[in-house]
Structures are given as C-alpha cells and as structure tokens.
Ligand binder design. Sequence first.
Ligand SMILES: [Zn+2]
Length: 246
Amino acid sequence: MPFCDAHLHLADFTDAEGSITLARGAKILLYSASTNLRDSARNLELARGSPDLIKAFVGVHPSDAAKGLDEKELESLSTRATGVGEVGLDPKYSAVTERSEQLRIFRVQLEIAERLGRPVQVHSRGAGEACLDNLESFDPPSVLLHWFEGSELVPRAAAKGYYVSFGPAILYSKKLAGIAKSYPRNLILTESDAPVTYSPLGEAVSGPSLIPSVVFFLSQLLGLDFAEMALTVSENSRRYLEGKKG
Ligand SMILES: [Zn+2]
C-alpha cells in the first residue's frame, strides 16, 4: 500500500463501509484505534472483514479511563488485535495523578502491550512528559505518539525511537510543522484521526482521503519529492506495525 492512515477510529464512523471502500481504492492502509472495549470488538470485526487493509488496535482512551477497565476482557481482545491503543493520558478528561484511575489504566495497558508484544498508540495531549515517563518504565515493541505536540520533548522521544504521526492539522499548524521538521525522518507516520474534523479545512473535510495531502505537505517541508516521501512513510508504518523500534 502506498499510503497509511496510522491512527483513525473506524468504529466511530457513521458509514465505515463506505470509507473503507474509498480507502481501498486510494490504497490507504488503516490502523484503527479504539476508545473503549465496545469499539475494540468492532475494530476486530472490521479487521477480520478486510485483513489486508485494516489493522485493529484495542484499548481504552483517557476519555473513558475513569469508567474503569475489565482487564481480562482487554487482554483477551488484545491477543486477537494487531496492537494496543488508543491509550495515554489527558488531564482534560479526569485527574492525572499518582493514584488516579487514568494513570493506573494507562499502565495496565502498557503492561499488556509489553507482555503480548503489541505496538501501542499513545494519546499525550497536555501530558507529554508524564506519558514518556510511564512509557519508559515499560517495553512494548514499538510506540506511536499520535498528534504529538510536545516540541520540547522531541529529543527524548526521538532518542527512544518512538514514531510520531502527523495529521491534517499540520497543514495549518506551524508548531506541528516545526516538530515534523526536527523529527527523524525514519520515525514519521501520517494519520487522519477521523472522524475528527479540522475547522480551518472546513467542517465537511475528514477521513483517510486527507492522507495524500499530508504526505504532500511533508514532502515540501522536508525537501523530498512526493513519491519518495510516500515511500518513506509507508516503510516507517510497516516497521512500526512489525514492532521494530525506529
Ligand atoms: Zn484518536
């Protein structure tokens, strides 16, 4: 596949089948992340239907972490999944303190990913440093920091070989462009985080079909031609999925 949407939420789509057909036509591989265990089961079902196109990530997002976690159920889902995600920390949803449920659930999921040897997808908004602190005490085979905004943490994340995925927000965010420019090229992935929409791009615009535009933007930013950039991202995505550290 020439393109990869390394982080989106197919279980949240109103018309997942239509988007999957479009992605197949545009040759965009889909790594579908989960918000809760119900999504996780749905992602596994979608991946079973299109195993060449869709890779299922199962897990509980920081937005749902305060509701608790059936650890046995997650472990059983994880054995059938490609990876674990979307996991992470975000103080916007509930407290992130040493004894918080959000932190405990993040760590439980990192432990499962490490034990089962699954790549993880990490949400780190407002908690980049705490995410890295916790990631460093586990050893999952590979780590993707999705929509990563911690400019000051770039050297630390890059030194650990963590992948970073850039989405449509890079088309208008100077901060994200700055991170992409300073991040090692062999660790860069692309994502849509769909069905998220991006108001500067118009509310109707969303989905994996934005991926080639993100690749084009990255190619201009990094001084590569489009095909070279697409190939680089595609190879990075494959290595990440295979659990290879950058
Ligand atoms: Zn997401």
